[in-house]
Write a protein that binds this ligand. Structure first.
Ligand code: NAP
Length: 538
Protein backbone atom coordinates (compact mmCIF):
# COMPACT_ATOMS: atom_id res chain seq x y z
CA UNK A 1 0.00 0.00 0.00
CA UNK A 2 1.21 3.49 -0.83
CA UNK A 3 2.12 5.56 2.23
CA UNK A 4 -0.36 8.14 3.44
CA UNK A 5 0.75 11.60 2.49
CA UNK A 6 -2.14 13.92 3.14
CA UNK A 7 -4.55 14.17 6.01
CA UNK A 8 -8.11 15.52 5.80
CA UNK A 9 -10.80 16.14 8.33
CA UNK A 10 -13.12 14.25 6.04
CA UNK A 11 -13.01 12.26 2.83
CA UNK A 12 -16.25 12.14 0.86
CA UNK A 13 -16.74 9.44 -1.77
CA UNK A 14 -18.88 10.59 -4.69
CA UNK A 15 -19.78 13.95 -6.20
CA UNK A 16 -23.46 13.56 -6.99
CA UNK A 17 -26.13 15.49 -5.12
CA UNK A 18 -24.96 14.01 -1.78
CA UNK A 19 -21.23 14.46 -2.14
CA UNK A 20 -21.58 17.99 -3.46
CA UNK A 21 -23.70 19.15 -0.55
CA UNK A 22 -21.57 17.23 1.96
CA UNK A 23 -18.51 19.08 0.71
CA UNK A 24 -20.29 22.42 0.81
CA UNK A 25 -21.52 21.78 4.33
CA UNK A 26 -18.28 20.50 5.87
CA UNK A 27 -15.98 22.90 4.07
CA UNK A 28 -17.96 26.14 3.95
CA UNK A 29 -20.15 25.82 7.04
CA UNK A 30 -17.78 24.01 9.40
CA UNK A 31 -14.49 25.16 7.85
CA UNK A 32 -13.06 21.65 7.57
CA UNK A 33 -10.44 20.33 5.21
CA UNK A 34 -12.24 17.98 2.86
CA UNK A 35 -11.33 15.87 -0.15
CA UNK A 36 -13.97 14.42 -2.45
CA UNK A 37 -13.15 11.52 -4.75
CA UNK A 38 -15.33 10.98 -7.79
CA UNK A 39 -14.98 8.24 -10.41
CA UNK A 40 -16.67 10.32 -13.11
CA UNK A 41 -15.03 13.17 -14.99
CA UNK A 42 -17.28 15.77 -13.44
CA UNK A 43 -20.01 16.21 -10.86
CA UNK A 44 -23.40 14.56 -11.25
CA UNK A 45 -23.26 11.02 -9.90
CA UNK A 46 -26.26 9.16 -11.28
CA UNK A 47 -26.86 12.05 -13.70
CA UNK A 48 -23.31 11.77 -14.99
CA UNK A 49 -23.54 8.04 -15.68
CA UNK A 50 -27.12 7.45 -16.83
CA UNK A 51 -27.09 8.97 -20.33
CA UNK A 52 -29.41 6.55 -22.09
CA UNK A 53 -32.00 7.93 -24.52
CA UNK A 54 -35.01 9.31 -22.66
CA UNK A 55 -33.22 9.60 -19.29
CA UNK A 56 -34.99 12.19 -17.22
CA UNK A 57 -36.04 12.83 -13.67
CA UNK A 58 -39.19 11.09 -12.45
CA UNK A 59 -39.77 13.60 -9.64
CA UNK A 60 -41.23 17.02 -10.40
CA UNK A 61 -38.24 19.27 -10.97
CA UNK A 62 -39.35 22.02 -8.59
CA UNK A 63 -38.65 19.64 -5.69
CA UNK A 64 -35.68 17.89 -7.31
CA UNK A 65 -33.30 20.63 -6.22
CA UNK A 66 -30.97 21.74 -3.47
CA UNK A 67 -32.76 23.98 -1.03
CA UNK A 68 -29.78 25.18 1.02
CA UNK A 69 -29.21 28.19 -1.22
CA UNK A 70 -32.38 30.25 -1.50
CA UNK A 71 -31.00 32.33 -4.34
CA UNK A 72 -30.48 29.24 -6.49
CA UNK A 73 -34.13 28.32 -5.96
CA UNK A 74 -35.10 31.67 -7.43
CA UNK A 75 -32.47 31.83 -10.15
CA UNK A 76 -32.59 28.40 -11.71
CA UNK A 77 -35.29 27.76 -14.34
CA UNK A 78 -36.23 24.25 -15.42
CA UNK A 79 -37.48 23.92 -18.96
CA UNK A 80 -40.00 21.12 -18.29
CA UNK A 81 -41.90 19.36 -15.53
CA UNK A 82 -39.33 16.52 -15.57
CA UNK A 83 -35.93 17.70 -16.81
CA UNK A 84 -33.74 15.54 -18.99
CA UNK A 85 -30.44 14.08 -17.82
CA UNK A 86 -28.37 16.76 -19.67
CA UNK A 87 -30.42 19.53 -18.06
CA UNK A 88 -29.94 18.11 -14.55
CA UNK A 89 -26.24 17.80 -15.24
CA UNK A 90 -26.20 21.48 -16.28
CA UNK A 91 -27.95 22.33 -13.01
CA UNK A 92 -25.34 20.45 -10.98
CA UNK A 93 -22.51 22.14 -12.91
CA UNK A 94 -24.14 25.48 -12.10
CA UNK A 95 -24.27 24.55 -8.38
CA UNK A 96 -20.64 23.38 -8.46
CA UNK A 97 -19.54 26.64 -10.07
CA UNK A 98 -21.60 28.89 -7.84
CA UNK A 99 -20.18 27.23 -4.71
CA UNK A 100 -16.72 26.63 -6.11
CA UNK A 101 -16.92 22.94 -5.31
CA UNK A 102 -14.61 21.47 -7.93
CA UNK A 103 -11.40 22.68 -6.34
CA UNK A 104 -11.85 20.03 -3.61
CA UNK A 105 -13.04 17.22 -5.85
CA UNK A 106 -10.58 14.84 -7.46
CA UNK A 107 -12.32 13.49 -10.55
CA UNK A 108 -11.66 10.30 -12.52
CA UNK A 109 -10.57 8.68 -9.29
CA UNK A 110 -12.26 5.67 -7.76
CA UNK A 111 -11.93 4.76 -4.10
CA UNK A 112 -10.87 1.13 -3.93
CA UNK A 113 -10.49 0.68 -0.19
CA UNK A 114 -10.70 2.21 3.24
CA UNK A 115 -9.42 0.94 6.58
CA UNK A 116 -10.04 2.28 10.06
CA UNK A 117 -6.96 2.40 12.29
CA UNK A 118 -8.01 1.66 15.87
CA UNK A 119 -4.87 3.24 17.35
CA UNK A 120 -5.01 6.58 15.60
CA UNK A 121 -8.78 6.63 15.02
CA UNK A 122 -8.38 7.70 11.42
CA UNK A 123 -9.43 6.17 8.13
CA UNK A 124 -6.89 5.45 5.43
CA UNK A 125 -8.52 5.73 2.02
CA UNK A 126 -6.97 4.22 -1.10
CA UNK A 127 -7.74 5.13 -4.69
CA UNK A 128 -7.24 3.49 -8.07
CA UNK A 129 -4.60 6.13 -8.78
CA UNK A 130 -2.34 4.51 -6.17
CA UNK A 131 -2.96 7.31 -3.73
CA UNK A 132 -3.59 6.88 0.00
CA UNK A 133 -4.81 9.66 2.30
CA UNK A 134 -6.02 9.70 5.86
CA UNK A 135 -9.15 11.29 7.29
CA UNK A 136 -10.95 11.49 10.61
CA UNK A 137 -14.33 10.97 8.95
CA UNK A 138 -15.26 8.92 5.93
CA UNK A 139 -18.51 9.75 4.20
CA UNK A 140 -19.89 7.44 1.54
CA UNK A 141 -22.00 9.56 -0.81
CA UNK A 142 -21.99 6.84 -3.43
CA UNK A 143 -25.68 6.83 -4.38
CA UNK A 144 -28.26 4.10 -4.02
CA UNK A 145 -28.38 3.03 -7.66
CA UNK A 146 -24.83 3.30 -8.92
CA UNK A 147 -23.54 -0.26 -8.95
CA UNK A 148 -24.48 -1.65 -12.35
CA UNK A 149 -26.19 -5.03 -12.61
CA UNK A 150 -24.92 -6.64 -15.77
CA UNK A 151 -26.21 -10.23 -15.74
CA UNK A 152 -23.78 -12.88 -16.95
CA UNK A 153 -25.58 -13.77 -20.16
CA UNK A 154 -24.18 -16.88 -21.77
CA UNK A 155 -22.36 -16.19 -25.02
CA UNK A 156 -22.20 -12.40 -24.72
CA UNK A 157 -18.58 -12.46 -25.85
CA UNK A 158 -19.67 -14.06 -29.14
CA UNK A 159 -22.07 -11.27 -30.10
CA UNK A 160 -20.70 -9.47 -33.18
CA UNK A 161 -22.84 -6.36 -32.76
CA UNK A 162 -22.43 -3.75 -30.03
CA UNK A 163 -24.01 -3.73 -26.60
CA UNK A 164 -24.43 -1.16 -23.87
CA UNK A 165 -25.74 -0.97 -20.34
CA UNK A 166 -28.03 2.01 -19.79
CA UNK A 167 -26.04 3.16 -16.77
CA UNK A 168 -22.79 3.29 -18.77
CA UNK A 169 -23.99 4.79 -22.01
CA UNK A 170 -21.35 6.46 -24.21
CA UNK A 171 -21.12 10.22 -23.81
CA UNK A 172 -21.32 10.77 -27.55
CA UNK A 173 -24.61 8.84 -27.68
CA UNK A 174 -25.56 5.92 -29.92
CA UNK A 175 -27.06 6.22 -33.37
CA UNK A 176 -29.82 3.63 -33.70
CA UNK A 177 -30.80 4.69 -37.22
CA UNK A 178 -31.35 1.70 -39.53
CA UNK A 179 -30.33 -0.70 -36.76
CA UNK A 180 -32.01 -3.79 -35.36
CA UNK A 181 -32.01 -3.10 -31.66
CA UNK A 182 -32.95 -5.04 -28.53
CA UNK A 183 -33.74 -3.65 -25.11
CA UNK A 184 -33.45 -6.17 -22.30
CA UNK A 185 -35.53 -5.22 -19.26
CA UNK A 186 -38.72 -3.29 -18.65
CA UNK A 187 -38.01 -1.35 -15.42
CA UNK A 188 -38.20 2.44 -15.01
CA UNK A 189 -35.10 2.93 -17.17
CA UNK A 190 -36.33 0.80 -20.08
CA UNK A 191 -39.75 2.44 -19.90
CA UNK A 192 -38.05 5.78 -20.57
CA UNK A 193 -35.64 4.45 -23.20
CA UNK A 194 -37.92 2.18 -25.28
CA UNK A 195 -40.14 4.91 -26.83
CA UNK A 196 -37.06 6.97 -27.74
CA UNK A 197 -35.13 4.09 -29.28
CA UNK A 198 -38.22 2.89 -31.16
CA UNK A 199 -38.43 6.24 -32.93
CA UNK A 200 -34.96 5.84 -34.38
CA UNK A 201 -34.33 2.16 -34.81
CA UNK A 202 -35.27 0.20 -37.90
CA UNK A 203 -36.61 -2.48 -35.57
CA UNK A 204 -36.80 -2.78 -31.81
CA UNK A 205 -37.33 -6.01 -29.88
CA UNK A 206 -38.14 -5.63 -26.18
CA UNK A 207 -37.24 -8.57 -23.98
CA UNK A 208 -39.51 -8.50 -20.97
CA UNK A 209 -39.00 -10.75 -17.96
CA UNK A 210 -41.60 -9.13 -15.69
CA UNK A 211 -44.24 -6.67 -16.86
CA UNK A 212 -44.59 -3.47 -14.83
CA UNK A 213 -47.52 -1.25 -13.97
CA UNK A 214 -46.71 2.05 -15.71
CA UNK A 215 -48.57 5.32 -15.18
CA UNK A 216 -48.39 8.44 -17.36
CA UNK A 217 -45.67 10.98 -16.61
CA UNK A 218 -47.47 13.86 -18.32
CA UNK A 219 -44.33 15.81 -18.98
CA UNK A 220 -44.50 19.24 -20.55
CA UNK A 221 -43.90 22.91 -19.97
CA UNK A 222 -45.04 24.12 -16.58
CA UNK A 223 -47.42 27.09 -16.63
CA UNK A 224 -45.28 30.20 -15.89
CA UNK A 225 -47.86 31.29 -13.29
CA UNK A 226 -47.39 27.98 -11.45
CA UNK A 227 -43.62 28.41 -11.61
CA UNK A 228 -43.98 31.91 -10.18
CA UNK A 229 -46.26 30.78 -7.39
CA UNK A 230 -43.90 27.97 -6.45
CA UNK A 231 -40.91 30.29 -6.37
CA UNK A 232 -42.85 32.59 -4.06
CA UNK A 233 -43.72 29.65 -1.79
CA UNK A 234 -40.40 27.81 -1.52
CA UNK A 235 -40.31 28.07 2.27
CA UNK A 236 -43.68 26.35 2.37
CA UNK A 237 -42.63 23.74 -0.18
CA UNK A 238 -39.49 22.94 1.79
CA UNK A 239 -41.43 22.57 5.02
CA UNK A 240 -44.12 20.40 3.45
CA UNK A 241 -41.76 18.07 1.61
CA UNK A 242 -39.57 17.65 4.70
CA UNK A 243 -42.57 16.78 6.83
CA UNK A 244 -44.23 14.60 4.20
CA UNK A 245 -44.19 10.84 3.84
CA UNK A 246 -42.30 10.56 0.55
CA UNK A 247 -40.49 13.90 0.32
CA UNK A 248 -43.04 14.97 -2.27
CA UNK A 249 -46.24 16.93 -2.22
CA UNK A 250 -48.34 13.78 -2.48
CA UNK A 251 -50.77 12.79 0.22
CA UNK A 252 -52.73 9.58 0.34
CA UNK A 253 -56.52 9.54 0.52
CA UNK A 254 -57.33 9.06 4.21
CA UNK A 255 -59.84 6.33 3.48
CA UNK A 256 -59.94 2.70 2.47
CA UNK A 257 -60.39 2.05 -1.24
CA UNK A 258 -62.92 -0.55 -0.18
CA UNK A 259 -65.10 2.04 1.56
CA UNK A 260 -65.38 4.26 -1.51
CA UNK A 261 -68.21 3.72 -3.99
CA UNK A 262 -67.13 2.50 -7.44
CA UNK A 263 -67.99 5.93 -8.91
CA UNK A 264 -66.04 7.80 -6.26
CA UNK A 265 -63.06 5.48 -6.70
CA UNK A 266 -63.08 5.91 -10.45
CA UNK A 267 -63.15 9.70 -10.01
CA UNK A 268 -60.19 9.59 -7.60
CA UNK A 269 -58.23 7.23 -9.86
CA UNK A 270 -58.96 9.42 -12.90
CA UNK A 271 -57.75 12.51 -11.04
CA UNK A 272 -54.43 10.88 -10.22
CA UNK A 273 -54.05 9.31 -13.65
CA UNK A 274 -54.68 12.70 -15.28
CA UNK A 275 -52.31 14.51 -12.91
CA UNK A 276 -49.54 12.13 -13.96
CA UNK A 277 -46.27 11.35 -12.23
CA UNK A 278 -46.22 9.66 -8.85
CA UNK A 279 -49.74 10.81 -7.87
CA UNK A 280 -51.35 7.46 -8.69
CA UNK A 281 -48.64 5.62 -6.74
CA UNK A 282 -48.06 7.83 -3.72
CA UNK A 283 -51.34 9.70 -3.33
CA UNK A 284 -53.78 6.83 -3.66
CA UNK A 285 -56.05 5.19 -1.08
CA UNK A 286 -54.22 4.76 2.20
CA UNK A 287 -54.66 0.98 2.28
CA UNK A 288 -53.26 0.41 -1.21
CA UNK A 289 -49.90 -0.77 0.20
CA UNK A 290 -51.53 -2.87 2.93
CA UNK A 291 -54.66 -4.57 1.65
CA UNK A 292 -54.58 -6.95 -1.30
CA UNK A 293 -58.24 -6.15 -2.02
CA UNK A 294 -57.62 -2.40 -2.07
CA UNK A 295 -54.51 -2.93 -4.15
CA UNK A 296 -56.43 -5.03 -6.66
CA UNK A 297 -58.81 -2.13 -7.33
CA UNK A 298 -55.87 0.12 -8.26
CA UNK A 299 -54.25 -2.62 -10.35
CA UNK A 300 -57.51 -3.28 -12.17
CA UNK A 301 -57.72 0.39 -13.18
CA UNK A 302 -54.26 0.24 -14.75
CA UNK A 303 -54.99 -3.06 -16.48
CA UNK A 304 -58.03 -1.43 -18.12
CA UNK A 305 -55.85 1.46 -19.30
CA UNK A 306 -53.28 -0.92 -20.80
CA UNK A 307 -55.99 -2.87 -22.66
CA UNK A 308 -57.41 0.38 -23.98
CA UNK A 309 -54.05 1.71 -25.18
CA UNK A 310 -52.42 -1.36 -26.69
CA UNK A 311 -54.17 -2.32 -29.91
CA UNK A 312 -53.17 -5.97 -30.17
CA UNK A 313 -55.01 -7.76 -27.33
CA UNK A 314 -52.37 -10.50 -27.12
CA UNK A 315 -49.62 -7.89 -26.66
CA UNK A 316 -51.73 -6.01 -24.11
CA UNK A 317 -52.13 -9.18 -22.03
CA UNK A 318 -48.38 -9.70 -21.99
CA UNK A 319 -47.83 -6.14 -20.86
CA UNK A 320 -50.17 -6.67 -17.92
CA UNK A 321 -48.22 -7.53 -14.79
CA UNK A 322 -48.77 -10.89 -13.15
CA UNK A 323 -47.70 -12.04 -9.74
CA UNK A 324 -46.94 -8.81 -7.89
CA UNK A 325 -49.08 -6.20 -6.26
CA UNK A 326 -49.35 -2.74 -7.79
CA UNK A 327 -46.80 -0.30 -6.36
CA UNK A 328 -44.59 -2.91 -4.73
CA UNK A 329 -42.00 -2.36 -7.47
CA UNK A 330 -40.71 1.14 -8.27
CA UNK A 331 -43.28 3.02 -10.31
CA UNK A 332 -42.07 3.58 -13.91
CA UNK A 333 -43.39 6.73 -15.55
CA UNK A 334 -44.70 6.32 -19.05
CA UNK A 335 -44.35 8.72 -21.95
CA UNK A 336 -45.71 6.81 -24.96
CA UNK A 337 -44.49 3.50 -23.50
CA UNK A 338 -47.64 1.46 -24.08
CA UNK A 339 -48.31 3.28 -27.39
CA UNK A 340 -44.86 2.23 -28.60
CA UNK A 341 -46.05 -1.38 -28.76
CA UNK A 342 -48.58 -0.32 -31.41
CA UNK A 343 -45.76 0.55 -33.80
CA UNK A 344 -45.00 -1.82 -36.68
CA UNK A 345 -41.27 -1.81 -35.95
CA UNK A 346 -41.64 -2.92 -32.30
CA UNK A 347 -41.87 -6.49 -31.06
CA UNK A 348 -42.44 -7.64 -27.47
CA UNK A 349 -40.82 -10.91 -26.44
CA UNK A 350 -42.18 -11.94 -23.07
CA UNK A 351 -40.25 -14.49 -21.04
CA UNK A 352 -43.41 -16.05 -19.62
CA UNK A 353 -45.25 -16.59 -22.91
CA UNK A 354 -42.50 -16.57 -25.55
CA UNK A 355 -39.66 -18.02 -23.50
CA UNK A 356 -36.79 -16.56 -21.49
CA UNK A 357 -33.44 -15.35 -22.85
CA UNK A 358 -31.17 -18.35 -23.26
CA UNK A 359 -27.99 -16.91 -24.69
CA UNK A 360 -26.38 -14.30 -26.88
CA UNK A 361 -25.25 -15.51 -30.25
CA UNK A 362 -22.94 -14.12 -32.94
CA UNK A 363 -25.91 -12.63 -34.74
CA UNK A 364 -28.09 -11.65 -31.81
CA UNK A 365 -29.94 -13.29 -29.01
CA UNK A 366 -31.78 -16.57 -28.49
CA UNK A 367 -34.92 -16.67 -26.37
CA UNK A 368 -37.52 -19.41 -26.12
CA UNK A 369 -35.60 -21.42 -28.72
CA UNK A 370 -35.79 -18.65 -31.33
CA UNK A 371 -32.91 -16.50 -32.55
CA UNK A 372 -33.45 -12.76 -32.96
CA UNK A 373 -30.99 -11.02 -35.31
CA UNK A 374 -29.63 -7.80 -33.81
CA UNK A 375 -27.10 -5.04 -34.39
CA UNK A 376 -27.29 -3.45 -30.94
CA UNK A 377 -28.36 -4.76 -27.53
CA UNK A 378 -29.21 -2.30 -24.76
CA UNK A 379 -29.24 -3.85 -21.31
CA UNK A 380 -31.58 -1.94 -19.01
CA UNK A 381 -31.03 -4.50 -16.27
CA UNK A 382 -30.67 -2.15 -13.33
CA UNK A 383 -28.43 -2.09 -10.31
CA UNK A 384 -27.13 -3.97 -7.32
CA UNK A 385 -29.06 -1.43 -5.30
CA UNK A 386 -28.10 0.29 -2.08
CA UNK A 387 -25.74 -2.25 -0.55
CA UNK A 388 -23.87 -2.86 -3.84
CA UNK A 389 -22.04 0.49 -4.04
CA UNK A 390 -21.06 0.36 -0.36
CA UNK A 391 -19.87 -3.24 -0.41
CA UNK A 392 -17.73 -2.41 -3.44
CA UNK A 393 -15.76 0.17 -1.43
CA UNK A 394 -13.82 -2.55 0.32
CA UNK A 395 -14.16 -0.98 3.77
CA UNK A 396 -12.45 -2.43 6.80
CA UNK A 397 -13.67 -1.46 10.25
CA UNK A 398 -12.63 -2.52 13.75
CA UNK A 399 -10.81 -5.80 14.19
CA UNK A 400 -10.39 -6.28 10.46
CA UNK A 401 -14.14 -6.59 9.88
CA UNK A 402 -15.02 -6.12 6.21
CA UNK A 403 -18.29 -4.37 5.36
CA UNK A 404 -19.20 -6.83 2.62
CA UNK A 405 -18.85 -9.71 5.08
CA UNK A 406 -20.77 -7.90 7.81
CA UNK A 407 -23.58 -7.50 5.29
CA UNK A 408 -23.34 -11.01 3.83
CA UNK A 409 -26.94 -11.68 4.91
CA UNK A 410 -28.24 -8.19 4.06
CA UNK A 411 -27.66 -4.70 5.42
CA UNK A 412 -27.22 -3.97 9.12
CA UNK A 413 -27.17 -0.28 9.87
CA UNK A 414 -28.27 2.14 12.53
CA UNK A 415 -30.68 4.71 11.05
CA UNK A 416 -29.31 3.85 7.61
CA UNK A 417 -26.50 6.28 8.29
CA UNK A 418 -23.92 4.33 10.29
CA UNK A 419 -22.67 0.80 10.83
CA UNK A 420 -21.56 -0.79 14.11
CA UNK A 421 -17.84 -1.58 14.02
CA UNK A 422 -17.17 1.18 11.47
CA UNK A 423 -16.50 4.31 13.54
CA UNK A 424 -16.72 7.73 11.90
CA UNK A 425 -18.18 6.24 8.74
CA UNK A 426 -21.42 7.80 7.51
CA UNK A 427 -23.53 6.52 4.64
CA UNK A 428 -25.62 9.21 2.95
CA UNK A 429 -29.04 7.74 2.07
CA UNK A 430 -27.66 4.36 3.04
CA UNK A 431 -29.63 1.10 3.28
CA UNK A 432 -32.39 1.15 5.91
CA UNK A 433 -33.00 4.88 5.51
CA UNK A 434 -35.95 6.27 3.46
CA UNK A 435 -33.65 7.10 0.51
CA UNK A 436 -35.11 5.54 -2.64
CA UNK A 437 -38.64 5.61 -1.24
CA UNK A 438 -38.45 9.38 -1.13
CA UNK A 439 -37.66 12.28 -3.35
CA UNK A 440 -33.88 11.89 -3.13
CA UNK A 441 -32.76 15.51 -2.62
CA UNK A 442 -35.00 15.80 0.46
CA UNK A 443 -33.43 12.72 2.06
CA UNK A 444 -29.93 13.71 0.93
CA UNK A 445 -30.18 17.15 2.50
CA UNK A 446 -31.52 15.67 5.72
CA UNK A 447 -28.64 13.18 6.00
CA UNK A 448 -25.97 15.69 5.03
CA UNK A 449 -27.21 18.19 7.60
CA UNK A 450 -27.44 15.52 10.29
CA UNK A 451 -23.89 14.32 9.59
CA UNK A 452 -22.58 17.86 9.46
CA UNK A 453 -24.23 18.73 12.80
CA UNK A 454 -22.84 15.53 14.27
CA UNK A 455 -19.26 16.31 13.19
CA UNK A 456 -19.65 19.86 14.46
CA UNK A 457 -20.81 18.47 17.82
CA UNK A 458 -17.83 16.09 17.91
CA UNK A 459 -15.40 18.90 17.22
CA UNK A 460 -16.96 21.28 19.71
CA UNK A 461 -16.97 18.65 22.46
CA UNK A 462 -13.46 17.43 21.70
CA UNK A 463 -14.57 13.91 20.78
CA UNK A 464 -12.88 11.84 18.13
CA UNK A 465 -15.02 8.78 17.44
CA UNK A 466 -18.70 8.05 17.03
CA UNK A 467 -19.94 4.57 16.39
CA UNK A 468 -23.31 2.84 16.46
CA UNK A 469 -23.72 0.17 19.10
CA UNK A 470 -24.57 -3.33 17.88
CA UNK A 471 -27.65 -3.26 20.08
CA UNK A 472 -29.03 -0.01 18.59
CA UNK A 473 -28.23 -1.34 15.14
CA UNK A 474 -30.03 -4.63 15.58
CA UNK A 475 -33.03 -2.83 17.06
CA UNK A 476 -33.11 -0.59 14.00
CA UNK A 477 -32.86 -3.54 11.62
CA UNK A 478 -35.73 -5.25 13.44
CA UNK A 479 -37.78 -2.04 13.33
CA UNK A 480 -37.20 -1.62 9.57
CA UNK A 481 -38.36 -5.19 8.96
CA UNK A 482 -41.29 -5.07 11.40
CA UNK A 483 -42.71 -2.03 9.62
CA UNK A 484 -42.30 -3.31 6.08
CA UNK A 485 -43.70 -6.69 7.04
CA UNK A 486 -47.04 -4.96 7.62
CA UNK A 487 -47.17 -4.03 3.93
CA UNK A 488 -47.42 -5.82 0.61
CA UNK A 489 -43.90 -4.67 -0.35
CA UNK A 490 -42.17 -7.82 0.88
CA UNK A 491 -44.13 -10.06 -1.48
CA UNK A 492 -42.57 -8.65 -4.67
CA UNK A 493 -39.39 -9.80 -6.35
CA UNK A 494 -38.21 -6.23 -6.57
CA UNK A 495 -34.83 -4.62 -6.20
CA UNK A 496 -36.24 -3.06 -3.01
CA UNK A 497 -36.27 -6.66 -1.73
CA UNK A 498 -32.79 -7.41 -3.18
CA UNK A 499 -34.51 -9.94 -5.46
CA UNK A 500 -33.06 -8.70 -8.78
CA UNK A 501 -29.55 -10.03 -8.20
CA UNK A 502 -29.04 -13.80 -8.22
CA UNK A 503 -27.74 -14.90 -4.81
CA UNK A 504 -28.33 -11.56 -3.08
CA UNK A 505 -29.91 -12.37 0.28
CA UNK A 506 -33.55 -11.36 0.38
CA UNK A 507 -33.83 -8.22 2.50
CA UNK A 508 -35.81 -5.02 2.25
CA UNK A 509 -33.26 -2.31 1.48
CA UNK A 510 -34.81 1.10 2.26
CA UNK A 511 -36.89 2.20 5.26
CA UNK A 512 -40.64 2.70 4.95
CA UNK A 513 -42.25 4.79 7.60
CA UNK A 514 -44.20 4.53 9.80
CA UNK A 515 -44.41 8.27 9.23
CA UNK A 516 -42.20 8.46 6.16
CA UNK A 517 -39.37 10.93 5.77
CA UNK A 518 -41.02 13.41 8.16
CA UNK A 519 -41.17 10.88 10.97
CA UNK A 520 -37.71 9.57 10.16
CA UNK A 521 -36.27 13.09 10.36
CA UNK A 522 -37.77 13.44 13.83
CA UNK A 523 -36.27 10.11 14.91
CA UNK A 524 -32.80 11.19 13.73
CA UNK A 525 -33.13 14.57 15.44
CA UNK A 526 -34.20 12.92 18.69
CA UNK A 527 -31.18 10.62 18.58
CA UNK A 528 -28.93 13.69 18.27
CA UNK A 529 -30.84 15.64 20.95
CA UNK A 530 -30.33 12.75 23.37
CA UNK A 531 -26.55 13.02 22.97
CA UNK A 532 -26.41 10.58 20.04
CA UNK A 533 -28.42 7.83 21.66
CA UNK A 534 -27.48 4.41 20.31
CA UNK A 535 -23.94 5.57 19.52
CA UNK A 536 -20.75 5.35 21.52
CA UNK A 537 -19.11 8.77 21.41
CA UNK A 538 -15.53 8.88 22.66
P1 NAP B 1 -34.79 -2.37 -12.68
O1 NAP B 1 -36.00 -1.68 -12.19
O2 NAP B 1 -34.08 -3.29 -11.77
O3 NAP B 1 -35.22 -3.13 -13.99
C1 NAP B 1 -34.35 -4.03 -14.60
C2 NAP B 1 -35.09 -4.78 -15.67
O4 NAP B 1 -34.20 -5.73 -16.24
C3 NAP B 1 -36.28 -5.55 -15.12
O5 NAP B 1 -37.29 -5.55 -16.07
C4 NAP B 1 -35.68 -6.92 -14.90
O6 NAP B 1 -36.63 -7.93 -14.87
C5 NAP B 1 -34.78 -7.02 -16.09
N1 NAP B 1 -33.71 -7.99 -15.89
C6 NAP B 1 -32.76 -7.98 -14.92
N2 NAP B 1 -31.96 -9.03 -15.04
C7 NAP B 1 -32.40 -9.73 -16.10
C8 NAP B 1 -32.00 -10.93 -16.71
N3 NAP B 1 -30.98 -11.65 -16.25
N4 NAP B 1 -32.71 -11.37 -17.78
C9 NAP B 1 -33.75 -10.66 -18.25
N5 NAP B 1 -34.19 -9.52 -17.72
C10 NAP B 1 -33.52 -9.06 -16.64
O7 NAP B 1 -33.69 -1.33 -13.22
P2 NAP B 1 -33.90 0.11 -13.87
O8 NAP B 1 -35.02 0.10 -14.83
O9 NAP B 1 -32.58 0.57 -14.33
O10 NAP B 1 -34.38 0.98 -12.66
C11 NAP B 1 -33.71 0.93 -11.42
C12 NAP B 1 -34.13 2.10 -10.61
O11 NAP B 1 -33.46 3.27 -11.05
C13 NAP B 1 -35.58 2.47 -10.71
O12 NAP B 1 -36.41 1.59 -10.02
C14 NAP B 1 -35.57 3.87 -10.18
O13 NAP B 1 -35.52 3.91 -8.79
C15 NAP B 1 -34.25 4.38 -10.76
N6 NAP B 1 -34.56 5.12 -11.97
C16 NAP B 1 -34.89 6.42 -11.79
C17 NAP B 1 -35.22 7.17 -12.86
C18 NAP B 1 -35.56 8.59 -12.66
O14 NAP B 1 -36.07 9.03 -11.68
N7 NAP B 1 -35.27 9.39 -13.60
C19 NAP B 1 -35.24 6.62 -14.14
C20 NAP B 1 -34.90 5.31 -14.29
C21 NAP B 1 -34.56 4.55 -13.18
P3 NAP B 1 -37.33 -8.35 -13.47
O15 NAP B 1 -38.33 -7.28 -13.18
O16 NAP B 1 -37.92 -9.67 -13.75
O17 NAP B 1 -36.25 -8.42 -12.43
Amino acid sequence: MASATQHFDAVVIGAGFSGMYMLKSLRDTLGLKVRVYEAGETVGGTWYWNRYPGARCDSDAYIYVFTFDKQMLQEWEWSERYPTQPEILRYLEYVAKRHDLKRDIQFSTRVIGGAFDEHTNVWTVRTDKGEAVTARYLIAAVGSLSHTNMPQFKGLEKFKGTWYHTSRFPKEGVDFTAKRVAVVGTGATAVQAIPEIAQQAKHLTVFQRTANYCVPARNGKVDPEVVKARKADYDGIIKRTRESFFGQEHYSIPKSALEATPEEREREFDKRWDAGGFAFWLANYQDMFFSSEANELCADYIRRKIRKTVKDPAVAERLIPQGHYYGTKRQPLDTNYYETFNKDNVLLVDAKTDGAIEEMTEQGLRAGGKEYALDIIVFATGFDAMTGPLKALNLQGRGGRMLDQEWADGPHSYLGISVAGFPNLFTITGPQSPSVLSNMPVSIEQHVEWVSDCIDHMNKTGKTTIEATSQAQEQWVAHVNDIVNLTLMTSANSWYMSANIPGKPRAFLPYLGPEGVGGYRKQCDEVAAKGYEGFVVA
